[in-house]
Design a protein around this ligand. Structure first.
Ligand SMILES: [Zn+2]
Ligand SMILES: [Zn+2]
Length: 179
């Protein structure tokens, strides 16, 4: 599978370390070895029965989408995704003004079934691959990118979560197309 984007390099473990351009599948694991996290988000929580989905949210005329995982063991906060910095739209075709806007405050996610605040996280990332990245974003000499950046310009990301307290699984709890 593909290597993880650089912003996740220190906090994910791939299911299979083989490096090619196939989709990335793995778990979030803190550098302290913790695998249980408090989930924080800047987004809109939508609930349907026992199913929760976090989508982009509009605030003061701008759209935001940030997913963070905070490790209760060591206190480290990992930004798993911010649409203005990560993926094709955030890494390659980013909007400088939008990046400058302060992110609205995080909300904390709690399990819909047991109200627990600790979850394990799996993530999935798809990329168009190295050749496409070079073709689309390195066409001129002034390109600020390097060939090795291709995993950073991924096309989509999604997160599945499992509640530590009651084992409730939520596939596609959060995710975004970034192309
Ligand atoms: Zn930790
Ligand atoms: Zn639960």
């Amino acid at each position: 599978m593909m290597p993880p984007p650089i912003h996740l390099a220190d906090c994910v473990v791939p299911d299979d370390p083989w490096l090619d351009e196939e989709p990335f599948h793995g778990i979030v694991k803190c550098s302290c070895s913790g695998t249980r996290f408090n989930l924080l988000y800047v987004g809109q929580l939508r609930i349907n029965g026992d199913r929760a989905v976090v989508t982009q949210v509009q605030n003061d005329g701008a759209w935001y989408y940030v997913i963070r995982a905070s490790c209760p063991k060591c206190g480290k906060r990992h930004v798993l995704y911010d649409k203005d910095y990560h993926g094709w739209n955030g890494f390659v075709a980013y909007d400088v003004e939008q990046r400058r806007r302060p992110r609205p405050a995080d909300a904390e996610f709690r399990c819909l079934k047991c109200n627990g605040d600790m979850h394990r996280i799996r993530l999935h990332i798809l990329s168009e691959g190295r050749a496409d990245f070079i073709d689309q974003s390195m066409g001129n000499e002034n390109s600020q990118f390097e060939e090795g950046d291709w995993p950073n310009a991924f096309g989509s990301i999604s997160f599945d979560i499992i509640c530590v307290g009651c084992d409730l699984q939520t596939s596609d709890w959060a995710g975004d197309e970034s192309m």
